[in-house]
Design a protein around this ligand. Structure first.
Ligand code: NDP
Length: 332
């Protein structure tokens, strides 16, 4: 079985590709340049092929790549901007995410009638807004939708990201309802994703946005303030598993699957690092180890998603330890 993964260079995508290859699938990844594709080929070997799709937000963007691969029967759409430093919220975040998803589905329906399963990587952000996930009385979760409009999305980069993931998901369900394609859609909604990069080669320099939350704590010096990041966490290897189960399982057809494990804060991440890496204690700040800063976070409804996934999630502690081990390995 051959699986197409858009945005193959991505953090979540690479862990998903690793898992797919280890399970015996062939993978075709889309990348934005030949150089990025060649790098991945070197890392993942002969069962990985790539196609260059330079621009997501263009009608027919995936036509040529899909035409070359009639063997592909599963499409995972992970490519989407995850950045909060852009010039234009609409142009740089919302349009590639929303139109990119719509056009990818159009290409699949038109060019690849043999594709039977499509998985879109949405986000917790499409289920609840940043304010809702920071409200301890919020009682939504896996069945909720972020109440954000396109116009609100344009206001600031955080809103643009929330709108991009919410409206791209909506575009996906609308497409399926209107066009009744031969594929079924499943949507994965990860919380903040931490955990190691699939390959050590990809673990130096500036990492993807969410991995930087952990590595920025690792890089703190004794007198630095501990950042105030807090939210909901899932390990990247569990998110990869969710993508695979989302197309392997019949029960996952037409489902929205929340992948959320436990709440995190920068202080909690620091406590874990200090506990497991005594050699770093001298260099790192202490912060306020008792004040975890978690009490304002929502407890999300996620029973159906947990049942569907059916595996035990990797804890924040294990995730942080594995990330830090990797950061130490690559810094030598
Ligand atoms: P990365 O930044 O590591 O990966 C993003 C991927 O999308 C890269 O392959 C990137 O390509 C590609 N991409 C970004 N912008 C564009 C664009 N304008 N046109 C074409 N391709 C683009 O992020 P993650 O792995 O963390 O994210 C992957 C997916 O998971 C995204 O859809 C994201 O919204 C979602 N997600 C992530 C969460 C997290 O905590 N990390 C949480 C919930 C959802 P290139 O390498 O060329 O830049």
């Amino acid at each position: 079985i051959s699986v197409f993964v858009s945005g193959a260079t991505g953090y979540i995508a690479q862990q998903t590709i690793s898992l797919l290859l280890s399970k015996g699938y062939n993978v075709v990844g889309s990348v934005r340049s030949v150089a990025k594709g060649e790098n991945l080929k070197e890392l993942y070997g002969s069962k990985f092929q790539y196609e260059v799709v330079p621009v997501l937000e263009k009608q027919g963007a995936f036509d040529e790549a899909l035409q070359k691969h009639p063997e592909v029967t599963v499409f995972l759409h992970t490519a989407s901007p995850v950045t909060f430093t852009v010039e234009d919220n609409e142009r740089d975040i919302m349009i590639p995410a929303i139109n990119g998803t719509k056009f990818a589905l159009e290409s699949i329906a038109k060019v690849s009638p043999q594709i039977s399963r499509v998985v879109y990587t949405s986000s917790l952000a499409a289920m609840a807004t940043f304010d809702e996930v920071r409200d301890p009385n919020y009682d939504g979760g896996e069945d909720s939708y972020s109440p954000i409009s396109y116009e609100q999305g344009k206001l600031d980069t955080v809103s643009a990201y929330v709108a991009s993931k919410t409206l791209a998901e909506q575009a996906g369900w609308d497409f399926v309802k209107t066009h009744k394609p031969k594929f079924t859609l499943s949507v994965v909604h990860p919380a903040y994703v931490f955990g190691p990069q699939a390959k050590d080669e990809e673990a130096s320099g500036t990492l993807n946005y969410t991995s930087e939350i952990v590595s920025s704590v690792f890089r703190l010096s004794k007198d630095d303030m501990v950042p105030h990041e807090a939210g909901h966490f899932a390990d990247v290897r569990d998110v990869a598993k969710a993508h695979v189960l989302a197309f392997e399982k019949d029960e996952a057809k037409n489902k929205r699957i929340l992948v959320n494990t436990e709440n995190f804060s920068s202080q909690l991440i620091l406590n874990i690092i200090r506990k497991h890496f005594p050699e770093l204690k001298e260099r790192l700040p202490v912060g306020n180890p008792e004040m975890l800063g978690l009490s304002h976070l929502a407890h999300l409804k996620e029973r159906k998603s947990r049942e569907l996934l059916g595996f035990e999630h990797i804890s924040l502690e294990e995730s942080v330890v594995d990330s830090i081990k990797q950061l130490i390995r690559v810094s030598h």
